[in-house]
Design a binder for this molecule. Structure first.
Ligand SMILES: Cc1cc2nc3c(=O)[nH]c(=O)nc-3n(C[C@H](O)[C@H](O)[C@H](O)COP(=O)(O)OP(=O)(O)OC[C@H]3O[C@@H](n4cnc5c(N)ncnc54)[C@H](O)[C@@H]3O)c2cc1C
Ligand code: SF4
Length: 561
């Protein structure tokens, strides 16, 4: 549907990524007139390059120096590469700042329909009451204003639509879901799983992942080509750009407004209601206004909170919907600078160029500070690991001539695990507007203050030590571990800066991600997370978003919005 920029809508949804796609689809399918207001360009199958070899690229995907000229931060993570670079912001056009002693790498800033789901790692894990009620269990922070039973039906609904391959394990703290048949583990992954369970009682499972093993809604099963982060012409992983967003548009009730960089929420001070949005057209640099009954921000945590801070009014001088003063505070993002690698027997496996590549690895479920266990002496909460095994040529083989050629072909098989740890929500990890700096569209940018505390540092150390212990338990050779508690902070799983809570004095949103202060304003990305458990966040972002949309619709029916 062409952009109908002058119309008034029932609902304006800012952002078309994991949360925005779901919000638009849920509400448009229910008959509401929705516009998705998206800063990025439209995405298309024509942009997907998962089958394109590097030798067809101008710089063979090897010119990191050229990438760094425009995207020095985005390209720190290898999903921003010569294939995909123009899906990402230019770091100089859209900067952010940090204090000199607190470097923070804000990566994964995409400007395409689908947002981060274009390039995400797809690991899709449920939270449990060990997470939602963690504060009651260990006394730190606040409980979430909802429990697992509130969200479980929404996890079911989202998993069935998304398509998650996984193995059931019966763990209370990592609940099973509505899985598609699991992709197989490699021999080395099975070895690791069995050894770790037998010797340490810990669970290693397939990384539950949004990759199809069975067709759904015209999307084909994965054919194991490998680089999902470059797109997928058979739509075999979950990306909003080819799932929720087109399904929303196909209702005929939804309009996608692309290249629309939202600056602020427009307020009616007499009624204390949001009345629409002001945005800058990224192509013409002209400003436009849009009007609606309800506004939902789904722009990714920092971006949504930036919009709220930029929407300050006389009534809300410290940022819209911020009567609590909490907006921007309690920034959390996983720590992941501990892990390990070890070598396993190849068991008949050989490295081949152009062979099938399983796009899904393994996940080690959290095993620290669970109910019924003695608490860890040095830190609260816990961490899981993501990992994978690889078979490679023996590049370091000694010798020369025929003997060397044969030795290079001897397979080298390694398995690595990297910890993903919960960061405690702390007031002094926060974002604010930088009064000195604007982006190229004239919109004030964020200053991000983030550093690790004692809890995170102790956890990172344990990530390294425990990785070594598990690799040893599974019989790996040449084990190497790492734990770098002082690595600069970086993040792809940020959350918590417009937290949900029961008490409007201590939180920004209620359990339905609805502003306590402005009833027709919602923030449905991870900003509302009251804490940031070690499991990857996106499945929970999507499930919460659908639950909140259902609440929104019931409020509309009761004429409460
Ligand atoms: C490399 C990578 C790997 C990841 N791996 C995993 C994983 O394995 N598992 C997992 O759970 N999560 C993973 N994540 C995180 C996951 O992608 C995010 O949690 C999820 O996409 C967030 O959804 P969202 O809707 O909040 O934001 P996004 O999906 O990023 O969508 C936000 C959208 O809002 C738009 N936008 C931003 N600002 C504005 C504005 N001012 N006006 C208009 N539009 C705006 C953006 O252009 C974007 O399209 C990964 C992320 C990255 C980058
Ligand atoms: S590995 Fe599977 S999901 Fe990923 S791009 Fe290839 S076919 Fe698509």
């Amino acid at each position: 549907m062409p952009a109908d920029k002058n119309a008034t809508f029932d609902v304006l949804v800012v952002g078309s990524g994991a949360s925005g796609g779901w919000a638009a689809m849920r509400l448009a399918k229910a008959g509401l007139k929705v516009a998705i207001v998206e800063a990025g360009r439209p995405q298309s199958d024509n942009n997907f390059t998962e089958h394109k070899p590097a030798f067809e690229l101008k710089y063979r995907n090897m010119a990191e120096g050229i990438l760094r000229k425009t995207r020095p931060i985005q390209s720190k993570f290898d999903v921003c590469n010569e294939y995909t670079q123009d899906w990402f912001i230019n770091d100089f056009d859209e900067p952010y700042t940090t204090p000199a002693d607190k470097p923070f790498n804000w990566m994964g800033r995409l400007r395409m329909t689908g947002g981060r789901t274009n390039v995400w790692g797809r690991v899709s894990l449920r939270f449990s009451d060990a997470d939602f009620q963690a504060a009651s269990l260990d006394g730190y922070g606040e409980d979430w204003p909802l429990s697992y039973s509130d969200i479980a039906p929404y996890y079911d609904l989202v998993e069935k639509y998304v398509g998650v391959t996984g193995m059931t394990e019966g763990l209370e703290h990592l609940p099973d879901g509505q899985f598609q048949p699991p992709m197989p583990l490699t021999c080395q992954e099975s070895f690791f799983r069995d050894g770790v369970k037998k010797k340490l009682g810990r669970t290693v499972t397939l990384a539950r992942s949004a990759n199809l093993t069975r067709p759904i809604n015209g999307r084909g099963p994965c054919h194991y080509c490998g680089p999902c982060e470059r797109g997928c012409m058979t739509h075999s992983y979950f990306n909003s750009a080819f799932t929720t967003v087109p399904d929303a548009l196909n209702t005929g009730k939804c309009t996608l407004i692309s290249n629309a960089m939202v600056h602020k929420v427009l307020m009616d001070p007499t009624t204390n209601r949001a009345r629409g949005l002001l945005y800058v057209d990224r192509l013409t640099r002209k400003t436009h206004e849009l009007f609606s009954r309800v506004v939902i921000l789904c722009a990714q945590s920092q971006e949504s909170v930036r919009i709220l801070l930029n929407s300050a009014t006389r009534e809300y001088p410290n940022g819209l919907a911020n009567s609590s003063g909490v907006l921007g505070h309690y920034l959390t993002a996983h720590v992941r600078s501990g892990g390990g690698t070890g070598e396993f027997p190849a068991m008949g496996g050989k490295h081949r160029l152009g062979t099938a590549v399983k796009p899904v690895g393994i996940y080690v479920a959290r095993f620290r500070n669970l109910k019924g266990q003695p608490p860890h002496k040095k830190f609260l909460r816990g961490f899981g690991y993501e990992g994978e095994s690889n078979i490679d040529f023996n590049w370091r083989a000694p010798g020369f001539g025929a003997a060397y050629k044969n030795a290079v072909l001897e397979p080298r098989t390694s398995l690595n695990v990297t910890g993903f740890g919960e960061v405690l929500p702390r007031w002094d990890n926060f974002v604010e507007l930088d009064p000195q700096v604007k982006d190229v569209f004239g919109i004030p940018v964020l200053k991000i203050h983030m550093s690790d505390g004692e809890n995170e540092r102790a956890m990172i150390q344990d990530m390294g030590d425990s990785a070594g212990e598990m690799l040893e338990a599974a019989g790996a050779k040449n084990i190497r571990t790492h734990a770098n508690p002082s690595a600069p902070r970086w993040a792809l799983h940020e959350a918590g800066i417009a937290r949900m809570g029961i008490d409007p004095k201590k939180s920004v949103l209620n359990q339905f991600q609805q502003s306590h202060d402005v009833k027709n304003l919602f923030v449905m990305d991870a900003s509302g997370f009251t804490s940031n458990p070690c499991q990857n966040p996106t499945l929970t972002i999507m499930a919460l978003c659908v639950r909140s949309c259902d609440h929104l619709m019931s409020e509309l029916k009761r004429s409460q919005l």
